[in-house]
Each structure stands twice: as structure tokens, then as C-alpha cells.
Design a protein around this ligand. Structure first.
Ligand code: HEM
Length: 500
């Protein structure tokens, strides 16, 4: 078995960090939803300052942990925050998230505006657009083309890229992070556009990396100056450039636009030439083409919508897949015994002579548990992407203006030793496990639940199975030969955290 060392986990991002911690629901707006007019009390929460409310109390990094801390302090799994006049409700446990976001999904599926992301060029990104006709049309297409059964069609492609990743790590173990990232990039390009990204010099890979960089360095979405004063997006460019977030949007908008346009053009060309391989975008184009003359044209996608739907798959799926893989590597360094046990079980199935394939899924339940535990241990989207309510709602006698997700997966009442990586916690007690529930919430809730969850889960499954079968993951040594254990640190961004 070859080894690769946990050198630096320099950069892990995830839309996922959003969900694991808590689910945040944002009120439509204070104007439409003045809590003071409600007959019901607001949930408890820290006392804020005049006008700015709690904004300065919410840390830029690991806000999910602070939300959980407030939940303990106020003895309430739902807490209330006032962020510059915008009421925010943070849901720190599973029950209210299911009760509100799942069961009352009709009114909890809107999104608040994200002015910085929109100015950067993510205007038609599905994760950000509000509930409405266009959104529902795209979700329907996602439902058709990314369902559990539709996602099976991509397994050969995922397996092929997992093998490439393994040979790349074997050649350059010190570049393991880049290899994991390329795997995530390749499977998402394969899914969305049927484009083969060759290596790190591939222009698509470079473009994707640039977009990743833009997303990970934009600051805390929703809290930049441009987010708080969206009108700054309309001032003359030279004035706007005096404001860092406006300048950031102006400087990086061309990359994001290009990211949405280039693969779309490539798929269009293939489509016209009749040489298109199956991809999500291709299927949308085919569906549009096959439209009957008498059918309602609004049911079909415009070019802008197709570009947005394809780009959204990549932007929401690459980071989360890569983050989850990286967290897995870190977990293996922290829990060498778990790694050895899993490798033993894999070897029993493969005989140690071949790499696992999706056909081994059932026999390798250990890998499935490891994926669940990785998603629980540090969910890629820990505080969830905010949901916005379309109207006032009342829950447990409280007025609910808006909501958040990491605490749920670390609830000590549900998961024993929640900060320990232990995939056996999901095994039934009768089989020697902890009998703890398979986590939900890491993929979000209600109508906004992650449409890429089946594809994402299987990408991570095959990556983990392949890595465990082929490599030992060990900590890097210091000059005296002692192990250097990784330190998990989180950075701001919708879905990003870093290790050092
Ligand atoms: C593998 C790990 C992944 C995790 C942990 C994850 C997690 C999430 C979460 C928490 C949300 C927000 C849900 C909500 O608002 O309640 C989300 C949304 C989304 N995800 Fe994923 N995701 C993953 C992979 C993927 C993949 C591979 C794709 C694409 C194939 C994808 C596409 C999307 C899209 C388009 C949205 C926006 C949905 C909407 O707003 O309606 N995700 N994801």
C-alpha cells in the first residue's frame, strides 16, 4: 500500500458548511415583516446594539459554533438575531428544521438577495435565485436529470476519474490536495457539460480554479458592504472601486461570466454538430429542441437559464465534493485505527488485488458509513444557505422571521462524542455499533434540498473507496520524526474551510 502524507489542508471549501451547523431562515425583510407588529414573542438571543443589532457579535469564521454556543446559553434550539435590522432565526437542531423547512416548505423556500454574488456574475445561479416560476422550472429539470436513478448514468465517468486521481496521487503524493480538487472538477465538468478536463494545465481547470478562488476570497456572503448597501452596485465604476467589495465584484465579474459562457458554447457547438456526449446541459438542450410547436415556450429554458443551471451544478458541487474528500483525509489522519479497519474490510472484498468499483457498494457498507460520518463530522455547508420566508409564520408560539445548520450533526443528545470520527456509530447496536441515526440535514431541507446529493454522495464514495484501497494516509513528520497533526481551521465563505 502506498502512502501520502497529510501535508497542509490549505483550502477546503463547501456550500456544505452552511448546512451542518444550523439552518438559517431569513425574513423576507424587516419592512415586510416587522417583528414588533407580531402578537407573538421572538425566540431568545443575544442582546444587540442600537441599529446594528448583533452584527458585530457574529464571528466572520465559525459562526456555526457561535450559533450553537448561543443555543446552549439561552437554552433554546432556536435563537433570534438582528443583523442590521434584518431578523434572522437560527435553527440549531433537527426538529425545527424539519418542521419548518421540510413540512412548511411552501413558505420557507425563498432566498434573500446576495448582491455581491449577483454582481460577481452569479445572477442566474440556482442556489441563489428566489422561489418563483424560473426556479421551479429548473428544480424540475434537476429532479428529472439528477435523481438517484438518473445519477447512475454517470458512474462509469466517476470511476474513470477516481482511477485517474489515484494514479496522480501515486505519482505526486505531495500534490494530493490538487488531485482531489481535480477529481471534483472532472466529475462536475463530466456531469454538467460532458467535458473531459485533462490536467491542471487544462484551460477549463484554470478557469474553474479562478472561480473557486473568487468564491473563497469574497468574504462572508451577505455581510460585505455591497451586500448591506446594494445600491452601491449602481454607482459609476470609479466611485464603486473605492469600496473593496464593489471593486472585488468589478474586478472578478469577467471570470465568472466566462466560466458560465465557455462550457455552454462548447456544449452548443457539439449539439449543433451532433457529436454531443450525454450531460446535464445537453439534456436541457435536447429537451428544448424536442419541444412541440404548440407547447408553452415558457416551460422551456432560455440560453441564460441553461447557462445558469449548468454553472450552478459546478459552483455548488465542486467545492462541496472537494471539501468532503479533504475532510475525509483529515479524519483518517486523526483516526488511524478507523482507517486500518476500513482498509481491512475493503481488502476482504477486493482481495487487495483490484480497486473497488460501484458494484462493491452493497458489500462495502463500511465506505458508505464513512461518507456519512465525514459529512456529519464536518459538513461542507455548515451554516446552511439561508432560506427566506415568504410570509410571517408562528412556531411553538414564537414568531419566526428567518433560519440556519452544524449544531444538528454535533448534537450530543443524538451523537455520542460528536467530535470523534466514528463511522460505526451508525451500525445497529445488535451489530456492535452505536445505533445512531444516519445524518440528514447535511444536504439541506425542503424544496431547497441539494439536488446533487446522489451524484455528490457517489463521487465521494468512489473517491474514498479508491483512496483507502490504494493508500495509507499518514501525518507528515517534523524534523525529529514526530507526527504533525492537522489543525482544522475554518475560513469565511458560503462553503469553505481550511486546514493547516
Ligand atoms: C457532496 C457534498 C454536497 C453537500 C454537502 C451539499 C450540500 C448542499 C446544501 C447544504 C445545500 C443548500 C440546501 C438548502 O438551502 O437547504 C445545497 C444546495 C445545492 N447543491 Fe449541493 N451539496 C453537495 C454536492 C452537490 C453536487 C455534487 C451538486 C451538483 C451536482 C450540488 C448542487 C447543488 C445546487 C444546485 C444547490 C442549490 C439548490 C437550491 O437552492 O434549490 N450539490 N447543497
Amino acid at each position: 500500500m502506498e502512502t501520502f502524507s497529510e501535508v497542509f489542508l490549505n483550502r477546503v471549501s463547501s456550500w456544505g458548511l452552511a448546512i451542518l451547523g444550523a439552518v438559517v431562515i431569513i425574513l423576507a425583510s424587516w419592512l415586510y415583516y416587522p417583528g414588533s407588529r407580531s402578537a407573538y414573542p421572538l425566540p431568545p438571543g443575544p442582546k444587540g446594539s442600537f441599529i446594528i443589532g448583533n452584527i458585530l457579535q457574529v464571528p466572520l469564521e465559525r459562526s456555526d459554533a457561535q450559533f450553537a454556543e448561543w443555543a446552549r446559553e439561552y437554552n433554546s434550539d432556536i435563537i433570534y438575531l438582528n443583523l442590521l435590522g434584518q431578523p434572522v432565526i437560527v435553527l440549531n437542531s433537527l426538529k425545527p428544521a424539519v418542521d419548518l423547512l421540510d413540512k412548511r416548505g411552501v413558505i420557507y423556500s425563498d432566498r434573500p438577495p446576495f448582491p455581491l454574488l449577483e454582481a460577481l456574475g452569479f445572477r442566474s445561479n440556482v442556489a441563489l435565485i428566489g422561489d418563483g416560476t424560473q426556479y421551479r422550472k429548473i428544480r424540475k429539470a434537476y429532479g428529472n436529470f439528477l435523481s438517484a436513478s438518473s445519477s447512475l448514468a454517470y458512474r462509469d465517468m466517476q470511476l474513470r476519474h477516481a482511477h485517474t486521481m489515484a494514479s496522480e496521487i501515486a505519482t505526486s503524493p505531495e500534490k494530493w490536495q490538487s488531485c482531489l480538487s481535480q477529481f471534483a472538477t472532472r466529475v462536475l465538468f463530466g456531469l454538467a457539460f460532458a467535458i473531459d478536463v485533462v490536467d491542471e494545465n487544462d484551460p477549463y481547470f484554470k478557469l474553474a480554479n479562478e472561480m473557486g478562488w473568487v468564491l473563497s476570497n469574497m468574504g462572508n456572503p451577505g455581510f460585505t458592504v455591497l451586500d448591506l448597501a446594494p445600491w452601491l452596485g449602481n454607482v459609476p465604476r470609479w466611485i464603486g472601486n473605492l469600496i473593496p467589495s464593489v471593486k472585488y465584484a468589478n474586478d472578478h465579474n469577467p471570470v465568472i461570466e466566462e466560466f458560465h459562457q465557455r462550457p455552454f458554447d462548447a456544449v452548443m457547438q457539439g449539439h449543433k454538430a451532433g457529436i454531443m456526449k450525454p450531460s446535464f446541459l445537453g439534456r436541457l438542450l435536447e429537451a428544448r429542441e424536442a419541444r412541440r410547436e404548440d407547447e408553452d415556450v415558457t416551460k422551456f429554458f432560455t440560453d441564460t437559464e441553461i447557462r445558469g443551471a449548468g454553472g450552478s451544478l459546478y459552483s455548488a458541487g465542486q467545492d462541496t465534493t472537494y471539501s468532503t474528500e479533504t475532510i475525509f483525509v483529515m479524519a483518517m489522519v486523526l483516526a488511524p485505527d478507523v482507517q486500518k479497519r476500513a482498509q481491512k474490510e475493503i481488502d476482504m472484498i477486493t482481495g487487495g488485488t483490484r480497486l473497488p468499483s460501484f458494484d462493491d457498494w452493497k458489500a462495502l457498507s463500511v465506505v458508505e458509513r464513512m461518507v456519512y460520518e465525514t459529512l456529519r463530522f464536518h459538513p461542507a455547508v455548515s451554516s446552511g444557505i439561508p432560506h427566506r420566508t415568504l410570509k410571517e409564520d408562528v412556531y411553538r408560539g414564537m414568531c419566526i422571521p428567518k433560519a440556519n445548520a452544524w449544531a444538528m450533526l454535533h448534537d450530543p443528545n443524538v451523537y455520542k462524542d460528536p467530535f470523534t470520527f466514528n463511522p460505526e456509530r451508525f451500525l445497529p447496536v445488535s451489530e456492535g455499533g452505536g445505533g445512531e441515526p444516519i445524518p440528514i440535514g447535511q444536504f439541506g431541507f425542503g424544496r431547497r434540498v441539494c439536488p446533487g446529493q446522489y451524484f455528490g454522495f457517489s463521487s465521494v464514495w468512489i473517491a474514498i473507496a479508491t483512496i483507502l484501497a490504494k493508500f495509507d494516509i499518514v501525518p507528515v513528520k517534523d524534523k525529529d520524526g514526530r507526527d504533525i497533526m492537522p489543525k482544522l481551521e475554518f475560513t469565511s465563505g458560503i462553503t469553505r474551510y481550511d486546514f493547516a
